[in-house]
Design a protein around this ligand. Structure first.
Ligand code: CMX
Length: 423
């Protein structure tokens, strides 16, 4: 067993004590009042959740356990996962123990491949991923221990077992889905000597360019978490609050990630960029961009990759990938188009009063970068997002279970109730 169980045990004791003190001292303090507009408007801005793995201030973007993304771009997914779970970056020895533990959990049960092979050829890769996660439910250590009876205080340990097993297996499953779905040849089995990013790069078999390995590492780090209120994070926590195990809650969460306003936006964004390039025969001029923004909006579609429910600045994750592209392939025509869109689109969106954030989010650029390295199958991009986001979602779940977070049950009201209030 790796050091992670000991390190988390120490921290959980402190966190529980603080949690108890905060609730007894200030349990009746008000975090948020909810307006009628917020109840009708997707609960934007309502403060009613606790999430310590990361936060997203609207003027700063992703901060993982106090560390802004800019300080994490050179880290490995294992380091960032350890940071989310414990609150601290690992020491060298801790990182080795933690990485070795994950390496030992990589093997995917054969029945997962049987299931995926039996699916119709035109199944969406996200359906393949979510089905693979769900069918592995019988591997759940938590579900097994729960059936046999387990003290509430200890339930986080078997949840952490499930979390580590899932995080370790997902790159192999995701890479296998890529090779199977897009006829890339035999599935490449995981290599127990490799870390998460290195093995995902190896199992995809898309390219042997070392920069692509760096990209996969950056991709897994940059998408790891985005506080607790986004669709997939909220879905995970709601489902797991019923004491459903992580196989149920993660696959449910990824069904939400598959929506075009959430994780699917990266494929939509690249599709839009390529359509523009085809229409104008290459990188468009500023005037052509203005024209296409207006036309896209007129047709009732959103501008994919722009806007955000929380952020009010350029997403620092967008900056991280833009810098990566500038360093490795500044003159690639698709990348140049993405860069030019960034110069023009925000100014156009600023003219539309209802849009609160005209700036790009991470999805405006990642597709173009994957495309450059030869990963051109758009429908796969959300799967890669999911592999990364599994880090944050499983870390949040382990912590919530350790903090004995109760069953979610907010109160709904009827339209009549609103009528009475409005008068
Ligand atoms: N293009 C066109 N219209 C947009 C827009 C965009 N990029 N961003 C916002 N709007 C519109 C909204 O659709 C909404 O219109 P209606 O009132 O007619 O419904 C209005 O502006 C107000 O929206 P908002 O308060 O600024 O943003 P929301 O919190 O409602 O929505 C988001 C946020 C991300 C869904 C929205 O900006 C959007 O659809 N963007 C494009 C899709 C995208 O890039 N999604 C990825 C999000 C990243 C992530 O999930 O992490």
């Amino acid at each position: 067993m790796s050091i992670i169980f000991d390190r988390m045990s120490e921290r959980i004791e402190e966190w529980r004590m603080e949690d108890w003190q905060l609730k007894s001292k200030g349990g009746n303090k008000v975090l948020s009042e909810v307006t009628v507009a917020q109840a009708y408007g997707g609960m934007r801005g309502v403060r009613a959740l606790i999430c310590d793995t990361s936060r997203v201030p609207q003027d700063k973007g992703l901060i993982v356990r106090g560390m802004p993304l800019a300080e994490l771009v050179d880290k490995t997914p294992e380091e960032v996962y350890f940071l989310m779970l414990t609150g601290d970056l690992p020491t060298k020895d801790e990182l080795k123990s933690f990485t070795d533990d994950i390496k030992a959990r990589k093997n995917v049960p054969a029945y997962v491949w049987d299931l995926l092979r039996a699916m119709p050829r035109d199944t969406h890769p996200m359906v393949m991923l979510n089905s693979a996660i769900l069918i592995m439910h019988k591997e759940s250590v938590f579900a097994d221990e729960y059936d046999r009876g387990i003290k509430k205080d200890d339930q986080w340990k078997s949840t952490l077992e499930d979390a580590l097993n899932l995080v370790a297996k997902l790159p192999a499953i995701a890479a296998g889905i890529y090779r199977m779905k897009f006829n890339k040849g035999e599935i490449i089995p995981p290599d127990s000597s490799m870390d998460l990013a290195g093995d995902y790069f190896h199992m995809l078999g898309v390219s042997d360019v070392p920069d692509f390995k760096d990209l996969i590492r950056l991709y897994l780090v940059a998408h790891c978490d985005h506080e607790g209120g986004n669709v997939s994070a909220l879905a995970t926590q709601v489902i797991s609050s019923s004491l459903a195990d992580l196989y149920y809650s993660l696959s449910g969460a990824f069904n939400g990630l598959a929506g075009p306003l959430h994780g699917l936006a990266n494929q939509e964004s690249l599709k839009w960029v390529l359509e523009i390039m085809e229409k104008y025969g290459g990188t468009p001029t500023n005037n052509q961009i203005k024209e296409i923004v207006a036309k896209t909006m007129e047709s009732g579609k959103v501008i994919p990759g722009y806007g955000h429910a929380v952020l009010r600045i350029t997403d620092p994750r967008f900056d991280a990938f833009l810098n990566f592209g500038k360093k490795h392939f500044p003159n690639d025509p698709v990348f140049l188009t993405v860069s030019r869109l960034y110069e023009v689109v925000p100014e156009e969106l600023k003219k539309i009063e209802k849009i609160k954030n005209p700036w790009p989010n991470v999805d405006a650029v990642t597709g173009a970068i994957l495309y450059y390295y030869g990963l051109k199958e758009f429908s796969y991009y959300t799967v890669m997002f999911a592999v990364s986001r599994s880090l944050g979602l499983t870390a949040q779940t382990v912590i919530n279970r350790a903090m004995l977070t109760p069953l979610f049950r907010p109160k709904s009201v009827s339209t009549q109730y609103i009528r009475d209030i409005v008068g």
